[in-house]
Design a protein around this ligand. Structure first.
Ligand SMILES: Nc1ncnc2c1ncn2[C@@H]1O[C@H](COP(=O)(O)OP(=O)(O)OP(=O)(O)O)[C@@H](O)[C@H]1O
Ligand SMILES: [Mg+2]
Length: 180
């Protein structure tokens, strides 16, 4: 199974994917690290302080695996059977991104993206609601156990088709963003 682990930068994709890989034995591909290691970076977007990854090279690489955990900001770009979207409450995400030393502009852009469910929307568009699962922030092992169980036995009743999704677009979070 080709499993996407998607989410806004800093939500905890790599932390989760590493643990799920340990629990399931499925290979983990961290797309941004792989692209950096192999030189599969087309350009650096200076304004947004981010690398533009050569998606075709990454796609060809992950296509070699029958079973794989694809850890990427927009994992659904790499043909997934199911996608887990890691969510993080905006105050926690903001603190994590500031601690990384990201510029205020970059922090705001990412926190806003989390607030408007951008990654969730991308996953739903690509694989449909029935094959998209939200993973709410919890202790890393609890998150990994929940994801492992769903990989072993997908359950559409727990997908975003049947579950209410996170609601982060609140006045309180907008105020927080403004004060950043
Ligand atoms: N479940 C969790 N509970 C507490 N802290 C966490 C959790 N998951 C991740 N973190 C912490 O949050 C930070 C970001 O985690 P991580 O690097 O896994 O995110 P990411 O989504 O892979 O980021 P990027 O998109 O930049 O690769 C790290 O400091 C990590 O230790
Ligand atoms: Mg990561």
């Amino acid at each position: 199974m080709r499993v996407g682990i998607s989410g806004t930068p800093g939500t905890g994709k790599t932390t989760l994917a590493r643990r799920v890989s340990e629990m399931t034995g499925i290979s983990h591909v961290d797309v941004s690290s792989l692209a950096k290691e192999r030189g599969w970076v087309l350009a650096h977007d200076k304004a947004r302080q981010t690398d533009i990854v050569d998606e075709n090279r990454v796609r060809a690489h992950v296509a070699r695996y029958a079973d794989v955990l694809i850890d990427a900001h927009y994992a659904e770009l790499f043909e997934c059977d199911i996608v887990f979207v890691v969510r993080c409450p905006p105050p926690t995400l903001m603190a994590r991104l500031l601690a990384r030393g990201y510029s205020r502009e970059k922090v705001k852009e990412n926190v806003m993206s989390e607030m408007v469910d951008a990654c969730l929307a991308g996953a739903v568009e690509a694989v449909g609601k029935e094959r998209t699962y939200e993973v709410l922030q919890a202790a890393p092992d609890a998150m990994a156990r929940a994801v492992t169980a769903l990989i072993q036995r997908p359950d559409p009743s727990l997908s975003v088709l049947n579950r209410r999704t996170a609601h982060y677009l609140t006045t309180r979070n907008l105020d927080l963003l403004q004060r950043c």
